[in-house]
Structures are given as C-alpha cells and as structure tokens.
Design a binder for this molecule. Structure first.
Ligand code: HGY
Ligand code: MN
Ligand code: MN
Length: 418
C-alpha cells in the first residue's frame, strides 16, 4: 500500500486550540490540570470529547469500564479497525498534555481526513482509556488492563480511593459505565497507535522532534505497611519508641540505594505516602507507602523487589516494627510491534522530522494493548522532560510533529482508498 504523501499534515492550530479548551476542564492551581479519573471533571471532559467526535461524524461506543471508542467508518465494514488514542484523566497536579495530546491528536486525524475528503479502507477508532494514571484508584492503566484481559473487571470495580469510594460505583455515578462488554473488541483490532509526551529529558536534550518507541520499561508497585506504636512525641523516651515513620525513612533510603545499584537504567521512589495518625505530636504508629521500581530489564525489577523485601524486613525487625508487603501494580517490559514501529519511523523520515528510537520510561495504555493487538507509540519532547507536574509544557511545533507522524502511521495502516 502506498504511503500517504508527505504533504498530508494535520491542522496544528486546531489541535492546539482543542488542547487548551480541554485544559479548562478540571483546572489545577498552577496552570495544569486536576481531572482525576471518574470524578465529575472527568465526566465533563468525556462529554466535550464525545461532542467533538460526534461533530466530526464519529459514532460512540462505551464499554463497561468506561473506555470510549469513537468510530470513523471505513469503506470496508469487514476490515479490522485501526485504533488511536490515550487517556483524558490526569494526575492531581498533572499537566495539560499527558494523555490528552494522544486522544486529541487522534481526533485531529479524523478532522483532517474529513477536511481532505479522504476515505480509508479500515475504520479508525479514537479511544479514551479510563483511569490510565492509577493515582486515585491503583493500579495505573486499569481499564486498558481489564480490556486486555490482565485484570478481572470485578476486581477493578472494587478498587478503592483514599476516601473508601469504589471505582465501579464512581464510574456509574458519573454516568460513564457503558453497556459494551469490556474486551469484546480486543480480537478485532488491526493496530493501536498512541502519541504521548516523552515525560523525560532525552528528546529535548538531543534536539529530536520524534521518539520512535520500540520498548516500554517494566513497572512494579509494592505497597508497604509498617506498624509501630502511636505515642507522645514529647514524653516518650527515645529507647521506648516504635517509630513507623523512622522505619519508612530508612526503607526509602534503601529503595534509593537499590535503584542506584542498577544505574543507569533502573529507577525507584515512593510517590504515595500515608502517615497515621499524621498529628504533629504523635509518633507515627503506622505508615503506608507505595514503592515504584522500573527498569527495561525484568531480571532487574525482580532483583529490586526481592532486595526491598529482605532489606526492609531487616530494618523493621531491628526496630521492633511490623511490616507487610502487597503487590498493587506492575507489568513486564514491553517490546512493541515491529511493523507498527516501522510505520512510525518511516512516517518521521517521510515528513522530515528528526527522530530516534526510544524506550518509554513511563507506563502507557499501549503497554497493555500491545498484548492483544499490534501496537506502537510516537513520542514528542516536553520542556525539561518534566511531567506529572502542573508546569508540564510542550511547544505547538512538537505537538504538530507528533500528530503528523501519528497521522501518517495511522492512515498508512488504515489504507487510503480515495
Ligand atoms: O505511572 C506511569 O508511568 C503512568 O504515567 N501512569
Ligand atoms: Mn500518560
Ligand atoms: Mn501520567
């Protein structure tokens, strides 16, 4: 099939305007977004996305996990659809582009095809995956994980947020629990493409427009609960203390040492920390935190998990503290589909964008969808590699380049008919 001509390009200004419009929904306090999954703000963002897609002639399907599928029909109703998308939910102190760029770039492809009156053989389906971030309800990539058969839906519905609310109840409350059986599409996908900001410093530092994502590093989330004894911070002699907070501090030091020992390709930290009773004059009797380890090498992830358990237990035994571990998320390193990766690389070449192969440091819905359909990703740079921060920023040119490459990869795979 002939590749699309290099003059086929999206309308970058229209994409940018849509990004800025979506960013008005669930604003943060410092210029970013707080549009967490299955909140009212998430519901509002979904409605706007639905309106835009229906204005562009798409028909909507929603599955029982709230995944949204906006279909632009192809000329051959029996041809397997090409999916393109990402996620609209954000971190509590998220940026305007993480996930959203990938969803709205998919919409921009539909809008551009409409402008040019181009038909494709295969349908194109723009997708919004529910709860990619996993910040309100762990784990990350929850709904794409259920779609791909990784997680059971009932388990996902029972996931609780910090206030004890259940994911399934909240999805129903905001009115986005669809009637399509989740995963019923997974054996009928020609390919899935996802555009995402890099969320790291490499592309900007090397002056590259495009990241051709060949792999995604693996992720491990271990929730650690350390128990000691609540006591008065003033009148309790040091030798009598069972300080769970101090135990956590020593374990977090261990996490850092473990990750550094596998430098430069491994990372480790704890982003979620709950201290109880979290009172200024009470020695913490309990702490709950999630250790996030990542590496492109599964053996390294396994080593880090094992060393955490052994080392943290030793620390707590020495301090007379209790400790429990629970695996609350994770996926093995991912190798994306060679043909889909080639479609991305060829598109960047054809369009004259500088590019380099890259391993994704962050997890994405594409990491799960890769289990059920040929999948690859396109990345664009972000300023200082910063993400999961309200100051996350990209340029219009970077957004345009990423969406152009996504456009060519999708349309080449969906096969232009006329
Ligand atoms: O955790 C991740 O890598 C993704 O941003 N949810
Ligand atoms: Mn994301
Ligand atoms: Mn994210």
């Amino acid at each position: 099939m002939a590749a699309p001509g290099e003059n086929l390009r999206i309308n970058g200004d229209r994409l940018w305007d849509s990004l800025m419009e979506m960013a008005k929904i669930g604003p943060g306090v410092a210029g970013g977004n707080n549009r967490q999954t299955v909140t009212d703000e998430d519901g509002e963002g979904r409605k706007l996305f639905q309106k835009w897609c229906e204005d562009a002639g798409c028909t909507m399907g929603v599955d029982t996990m709230g995944n949204m599928f906006m279909t632009r029909e192809g000329t051959d109703p029996d041809a397997l659809p090409v999916y393109v998308g990402s996620h609209l939910d954000t971190q509590p102190t998220g940026g305007k582009y993480d996930g959203v760029l990938g969803v709205l770039a998919g919409l921009e492809i539909v809008r551009t095809l409409n402008d040019l009156g181009i038909k494709t053989k295969h349908p194109i389906i723009v997708t919004n995956w529910t709860n990619e971030e996993g910040t309100r309800f762990a784990p990350a990539m929850l709904a794409s994980g259920v779609f791909a058969g990784i997680h059971e839906q009932d388990w996902a519905y029972d996931r609780e947020d910090a206030k004890g609310k259940k994911f399934g109840d909240e999805l129903e409350r905001i009115g986005w629990k669809g009637d399509e059986e989740v995963g019923s599409r997974k054996d009928k996908m020609k390919a899935f493409f996802e555009l995402h900001i890099e969320q790291g410093p490499i592309l900007e530092a090397e002056g590259k427009d495009i990241g051709v994502v060949t792999h995604g590093q693996g992720l491990s989330w271990t929730q650690v609960t350390i128990t000691g004894k609540d006591a008065h911070t003033g009148s309790t002699p040091m030798p009598m203390r069972k300080n769970a907070g101090l135990g956590m501090a020593k374990v977090l030091q261990l996490v850092d040492e473990i990750a550094w020992s596998h430098s430069p390709h491994a990372v480790g930290a704890a982003g979620h920390i709950d201290v109880y009773p979290n009172s200024r004059n009470v020695i913490p009797g309990k702490v709950v935190f999630t250790v996030d380890f990542r590496s492109p090498d599964l053996a390294v992830i396994t080593d880090m998990e094992e060393r955490l358990k052994i080392g943290a237990k030793e620390i707590c035994d020495e301090m007379g503290l209790g400790i429990e571990f629970e695996k609350v998320g994770g996926f093995d390193p991912v190798e994306f589909d060679a043909d889909c990766v080639k479609a991305v690389r060829d598109a960047a070449d054809r369009l004259g964008y500088s590019h380099r192969d890259i391993i994704s440091g962050a997890g994405h819905d594409a990491c799960w969808i890769n289990r059920v359909a040929p999948t690859s990703m396109v990345m664009c740079p972000c300023v200082d590699g910063l993400s999961h921060n309200e100051a996350e920023d990209i340029s219009l040119e970077w957004a345009r380049a990423g969406a152009d490459v996504l456009f060519h990869a999708v349309v080449e795979t969906a096969e232009i008919v006329e």
